[in-house]
Design a protein. Structure first.
Ligand code: PMT
Length: 218
């Protein structure tokens, strides 16, 4: 039985993809289903935390007893995160934020012509990096979605974004990453240690991540 070891703690979780509009009927996005982030939010609520879940567009039911903030774009997610970060004790950024967006969304549906289209993409802000710079006492957990060199890439993000833990997953492996009910996560800690978790349900992985956070803050 999991203890109520997060009672009195405020946790901010992000989940799902963002959508960056090209025109009113098209967007740039990714296959995040929100399952990993929602599992963390539910697990934290179960353990007694006050949970705020900032979610991009997903088709999961709203979890009970959780403050939901629904967003579409990376900029909207950033605003919601910055507004809610100060009061959080723990921030877990599971969302798959689009790194780029079209410079300008067309106001009407772009009509198909004979020519190819070149679309200019501008960089979105890195929300997690900004939180890493602004954080005061918050315990910060990031995710790294990689297709190769998991250790090297995850460690770079741990350092560059000033995180306490980064949960790396190889999103091209079966049973891992986007859309699945299971994940294979490697946890990289600030002190340089690494913990490789086997393939397991996202709900179970969520509790293990929270166990590791609790061990470090309480
Ligand atoms: O939603 P599911 O279908 O369950 O899939 C789960 C998952 C694969 C989305 C999840 O396990 C995962 O890996 N989430 C992170 C996805 C991601 O965007 O990773 P990244 O390596 O590109 O980004 C690193 C970190 O920076 C992430 O914590 C991300 O939230 C954050 N980030 C990235 C870009 C950006 N502009 N702002 C950010 O805050």
């Amino acid at each position: 039985l999991t203890p109520k070891d997060l009672t009195d703690k405020k946790i901010l979780v992000t989940a799902g993809p963002t959508r960056e509009p090209i025109d009113p009927v098209r967007f740039i996005s990714n296959p995040s289903s929100g399952k990993m982030g929602y599992a963390i939010a539910r697990a934290a609520e179960y353990r007694g935390a006050e949970v705020t879940l900032i979610a991009g567009p997903v088709s999961l039911p709203d979890p009970l007893n959780i403050n939901m903030v629904k967003v579409q774009t990376a900029d909207q997610m950033a605003d919601a995160v910055y507004e809610n970060m100060e009061k959080a004790d723990i921030i877990i950024k599971t969302a798959a934020v689009s790194d780029y967006r079209p410079r300008q969304a067309a106001p009407h549906k772009i009509k198909k012509g004979d020519e190819n289209i070149i679309m200019e993409l501008v960089k979105n802000q890195d929300i997690l990096k900004t939180i890493g710079q602004r954080k005061t006492n918050q315990f910060l957990v990031g995710f790294a979605a990689e297709t190769q060199d998991l250790r090297e890439n995850a460690l770079k993000k741990l350092e560059a974004k000033n995180l306490d833990i980064i949960a790396g997953n190889l999103v091209c492996r079966p049973g891992s990453g986007f859309g699945t009910d299971t994940n294979r996560i490697s946890l990289f800690y600030r002190d340089g240690t690494l913990e490789v978790l086997e393939q397991m349900e996202k709900d179970t992985a969520a509790h293990i991540i929270l166990d590791r956070v609790v061990e470090r803050i309480i």
